[in-house]
Ligand binder design. Structure first.
Ligand code: CP
Ligand code: NVA
Length: 303
């Protein structure tokens, strides 16, 4: 049974194959070709947190592949309260062909994967957001960037999206820099895994140093879902880490600006950068659909 709980569940070859499949699905979609490798199959979507992009792209993606998606709010099914996570996994496996889960604790998605007899996909946990990283690097790949040669800089919180961004960069051979305030860097275990995967990664507290000469500048919110009580403190801690026009000017003139969205405009990124000519955030958002369709097709469609 193959799951997609962490970027590290994939090999470099898997990722490059998924890029090819995503590109083909994207082209076919735009040509109006409605292939249905998911005909008669269903996926369950369990969400413990809000979502725009992830929910819509998984639901619409399943439908476009000829299948269907069943959305389950975690509070409604009582994940871990009304019923043990393991029992939810065992039961869902009787009826659906894949389980997509957005959870508070990474342990929950690992437990689902341990007990499910269908593939489990991590739709964001406190540790990782692997579907996001797949779509993000697909976006760079389809622009023709040589991923083994780029310098990709993360600016801000060393959070779930950062972890998956670094792990995917490691698989693909990119040079990686993360500029994070002390105490807010990537988890040491994740950095160790990045290095085990052969990743060239450097962590610095200096956003200008990280951005200098970079081909890719990536940022995310300073306060992730579930951290709202820390918002005021985080605004202070991260004040020097805003992705502004001045910081973008440190990067290569051809650099692209990335953000997983939702953005907190005026906090981690200025309007002028988010909406500016170097921003590719809407390409990333669009590619969530195509990249996840590739994952569903490869993991669920051919079982
Ligand atoms: N980037 C992303 O996962 O967006 P949502 O939280 O809206 O799903
Ligand atoms: N780091 C953010 C990403 C949202 C897609 C969060 O976890 O809320």
């Amino acid at each position: 049974m193959r799951h997609f709980v962490s970027v590290a569940d994939l090999t470099r070859e898997d990722v490059l194959h998924l890029f090819e499949v995503a590109a083909e699905l994207k082209t076919r979609r735009k040509a109006g070709d409605l292939a249905t490798p998911l005909a008669g199959r269903s996926i369950a979507l369990i969400f413990e947190k809000p979502s725009l992009r992830t929910r819509v792209t998984f639901e619409v993606g399943a439908v476009q592949l000829g299948g269907r998606a069943v959305y389950l709010m975690a509070s409604e099914i009582g994940l871990g309260t009304r019923e043990a996570v393991s029992d939810v996994a065992r039961n869902l496996s009787l009826w659906v062909d894949g389980i997509v889960a957005r959870v508070n604790s990474h342990e929950t998605v690992l437990t689902l994967a341990r007990h499910a007899t269908v593939p489990v996909f991590n739709a964001l946990s406190d540790r990782e957001h692997p579907c996001q990283a797949l779509a993000d690097y697909f976006t760079l790949w389809e622009r023709g960037l040589d991923l083994a040669r780029i310098h990709a800089a993360w600016i801000g919180d060393g959070n779930n999206v950062c972890h998956s961004f670094l792990l995917m960069g490691a698989l693909l051979g990119s040079r990686l820099t993360a500029a994070c305030p002390a105490g807010y860097g990537p988890a040491p275990e994740v950095l160790a895994l990045v290095r085990r995967l052969g990743g060239r990664v450097e962590v610095t507290p200096d956003p200008r140093a990280a951005a200098t000469g970079a081909d890719v500048l990536y940022t995310d919110v300073w306060t992730s879902m579930g951290q709202e009580a820390e918002q005021a403190r985080r605004r202070e801690v991260f004040r020097e880490y805003q992705l502004s026009d001045a910081l973008v000017r440190c990067a290569r003139p051809t650099a692209v600006v990335m953000h997983c969205l939702p953005a907190h405009r005026g906090e981690e990124i200025t309007d002028s950068v988010l909406d500016g000519p170097q921003s590719i955030v809407l390409d990333q958002a669009e590619n969530r659909l195509h990249a996840q369709k590739a994952v569903i097709k490869e993991f669920v469609g051919e079982r």
